[in-house]
Design a protein around this ligand. Structure first.
Ligand code: ZN
Length: 202
């Protein structure tokens, strides 16, 4: 859980548009969760207890993903079923998205959803959906024997995101920037890009 919340932390520029091709991403998430729920979650989180408050259906906030080719590639014939079953939780912490390794639901920072670069949010959702698939397959999402950038589950999730980034027209430089996160060193960032066959800036 802790680790899942430190995933995919990015600062993005503000975009007003809420749609990207077939998909629609609602950005008003934080309005739906009262402050008191955040407080309770925070306090229970500190006690190390599982919290099941304020979760929504994935398809409520992210529409049209069942029509996206890469999502169908991830889940196959079970796409609709899994997207219907997948829950999403909004948290007030700044700039995070991840998947719970306890029950496989997606955790999104309401702030990131509102202010992040829409393409990055889209790619992060693809990345997290790969983790949803892995969780359902019984894979260990956060195997601490491996570092973040060497973990097979991460490489697989990033590979889907990178392929989709190319598909929506991003160039290697943009993808390289997308792969940059606050918690990996520039050396690991370059290594990750190389692993994913993204051209590394000289
Ligand atoms: Zn990940």
């Amino acid at each position: 859980m802790e680790k899942s919340l430190v995933e995919n932390h990015r600062k993005g520029e503000r975009t007003n548009s809420g749609s990207l091709g077939k998909v629609k991403i609602k950005r008003d998430a934080e309005n739906k969760t009262p402050l008191i729920v955040f407080l309770v979650q925070y306090l229970l989180g500190r006690l190390g207890r599982k919290v099941n408050a304020q979760t929504y259906r994935f398809s409520e906030y992210f529409e049209g993903f069942d029509q996206v080719e890469v999502v169908r590639k991830i889940f196959g014939n079970e796409t609709e079923k899994i997207l219907n079953e997948t829950k999403i939780e909004f948290v007030s912490r700044m700039g995070y998205m991840g998947v719970s390794d306890i029950d496989g639901h997606i955790i999104v920072s309401a702030d990131y959803l509102k202010h992040g670069d829409l393409r990055h949010i889209y790619l992060d959702i693809i990345h997290e959906l790969v983790h949803v698939k892995q969780f359902r397959e019984g894979k260990k999402l956060f195997d601490r024997r491996y570092g973040y950038t060497e973990r097979v589950t991460e490489i697989e999730a990033y590979q889907y995101a990178v392929d989709e980034a190319r598909n929506i027209g991003m160039n290697d430089e943009e993808i390289f920037q997308y792969l940059k996160t606050e918690w990996i060193s520039s050396e690991k960032h370059r290594k990750l890009a190389e692993t994913l066959n993204v051209k590394v800036r000289e």
